[in-house]
Design a protein around this ligand. Structure first.
Ligand SMILES: NC(=O)c1ccc[n+]([C@@H]2O[C@H](COP(=O)([O-])OP(=O)(O)OC[C@H]3O[C@@H](n4cnc5c(N)ncnc54)[C@H](O)[C@@H]3O)[C@@H](O)[C@H]2O)c1
Ligand SMILES: O=P(O)(O)OC[C@@H](O)[C@@H](O)[C@H](O)[C@H](O)CO
Length: 473
């Protein structure tokens, strides 16, 4: 039994002044944003830490408690192949100062507004976090939603007559910075915070849209005991990640100096327009992830690596990318092919276990943003449906019957499926026609109903591997 990681087991690790407020202390943020702060600190380029704010009442995975027990230290383990070299690094991250739970200590949370050193705000509260919650109140301690909490903090900062923040959300939603700003302004209006505050919000604060990319499977449950022996200490919040990292920030040129990520050698791009980067990533990385999940799970596969090591499945992924996704994107084909090649290498990473079930969370909304737009464009341009996306779509609908694989989605979405599956003969029509799921009536798409019906029948008759084999050869 080893000792718990702490500043006693590792004396001498630097303590930095707080320069960033970070909403959400999940695996991703700790292995992405805080890991990057650490790299800048290692080179003397930032000399700052992040103070994490817990965005919801419950501490997911008891991260807040474990961080406190470990003096806010934790380990990031990077495993993979980078520039043809095997990377297996372990680093103790000391760039988080503390975790504030605003549900337990709201005053400590609001007191962040007093600290002039704090100039950046980041967040990852999952796709669900950047949302307007009708009825959220200024006098709740704290307001329920993340944007509500942020509005309260910004208002306190304004009242103190201090400068604003550079705000960089990392949630995987399109135009995340703009959406967050929109909701903060809506609360400012709802809560009658006044024209001067609105003016300060706009002129003193910069909301940047951003796009993040790093695969972070998180806590290595299966290897935890072996790692503990290797590291010589116990760390209940260590996180595994791939070495690859990419962060696109749509922000002013001056940010390059203030947040010297690129100077520290990190793969970070500051750009006035991130649209092309977003399309490339969402459709060529997240899209195949979402397509492989139901097909892989129905065939009994467990991880992304299992999918890539299976001849039939990896052919499916390659064909999906090259024949159905890339031709529908507007960037130069050569650049897309090179990115897609790198993505498939990352999917093959032999050192990390990326569970299909962890990607499956909220698969319906993921299908809508990651694959449906490509499917619609393909149908429009080619006059027929893309076969691979359509088969994956059918597998997804089947998986939402809930009898063969476990579903992870909101109660509303599951209720729609339960209702639709209760009448199997009309299921296809009901589900494709549900505009709350797809934003449009998919029964109107020529050939869609018939294709989905045929695939569903086939997936019931044969397993998904056989169905795939017929398709990909
Ligand atoms: N893990 C990855 O490989 C990866 C890579 C890129 C992006 N992401 C994104 O990061 C997000 C978080 O992933 P993770 O691996 O850190 O997960 P995680 O479960 O470790 O952390 C989730 C975080 O979100 C917060 N949260 C959960 N529900 C919320 C809600 N309704 N409102 C506000 N906050 C909420 C939790 O408090 C926690 O801080 C994912 O949704 C994904 O969009 C993950
Ligand atoms: O994180 P999610 O659940 O939104 O999506 C699952 C994966 O597609 C995603 O985490 C990717 O691994 C990540 O976006 C890579 O940067």
């Amino acid at each position: 039994m080893t000792n718990r990681l702490s500043r006693s087991t590792h004396p001498g690790l630097p303590l930095h002044r707080e320069r960033m407020i970070q909403f959400g202390g999940g695996n991703f943020m700790r292995a992405f944003v805080d890991w990057q702060l650490q790299q800048m600190n290692n080179q003397g380029l930032f000399n700052g830490s992040a103070v994490i704010v817990q965005p919801i009442a419950q501490s997911v995975g008891r991260v807040a408690e474990h961080m406190a027990e470990q003096d806010n230290l934790y380990t990031v383990l990077l495993n993979g192949i980078m520039d043809n070299e095997t990377v297996n690094s372990r680093e103790i991250i000391s760039s988080v100062s503390r975790v504030i739970n605003p549900y337990m200590d709201y005053e400590a949370y609001l007191a962040l507004a007093e600290n002039d050193d704090l100039e950046f705000i980041t967040s990852n509260t999952t796709e669900a976090g950047i949302a307007y919650l009708p009825g959220d109140r200024a006098d709740s301690t704290p307001p329920v939603s993340f944007p509500g909490k942020l509005t309260a903090l910004l208002y306190r900062r304004f009242e103190l007559g201090k400068k604003g923040f550079v705000i960089i959300p990392c949630e995987l939603i399109d135009r995340n910075g703009e959406k967050l700003q929109e909701i903060v302004e809506r609360y400012a209006a709802d809560w009658s915070l006044g024209g001067e505050f609105l003016q300060w919000l706009k002129s003193e604060n910069t909301f940047c849209c951003s796009l993040v990319d790093r695969i972070v499977p998180g806590y290595p449950h299966e290897q935890a005991a072996a790692l503990e022996a290797e590291l010589g200490y116990t760390d209940l919040v260590m996180a595994t990640a791939e070495p690859f990292l990419f962060w696109v920030i749509e922000g002013p040129e001056s940010l390059t100096e203030r947040l010297p990520l690129a100077k520290a050698g990190l793969n970070v791009v500051m750009t006035p327009d991130m649209t092309a980067y977003r399309e490339r990533k969402v459709h060529l990385l997240n899209g195949p992830h979402t397509a492989m999940v139901p097909l892989g799970l129905l065939a009994g596969l467990a991880t992304v690596e299992d999918v890539m090591n299976d001849g039939t499945f990896s052919r499916f992924v390659k064909q999906l990318i090259e024949e159905e996704l890339i031709p529908m994107l507007d960037l130069p084909a050569e650049e897309l092919l090179s990115y897609a090649g790198a993505v498939q290498e990352r999917f093959r990473n032999p050192f990390i276990r990326h569970e299909l079930t962890s990607i499956s969370l909220n698969s319906i909304s993921k299908f809508k943003t990651r694959l449906l737009p490509v499917m619609l464009r393909y149908q429009k341009e080619r006059g027929r449906l893309p076969e691979r996306i359509t088969l994956a779509f059918a597998a997804l609908l089947l998986s939402y019957r809930g009898d063969r694989i476990a579903r992870q989605d909101s109660a509303e979405v599951l209720a729609v499926f339960d209702q639709a599956w209760s009448e199997p003969s009309s299921f296809v029509n009901t589900i494709l026609g549900d505009t709350s799921l797809w934003g449009q009536d998919l029964t109107l798409l020529p050939g869609m109903g018939a294709a989905i019906t045929a695939h569903l029948e086939r997936l019931e008759r044969e397993d998904s591997r056989t169905a795939l084999q017929e398709l990909v050869g």
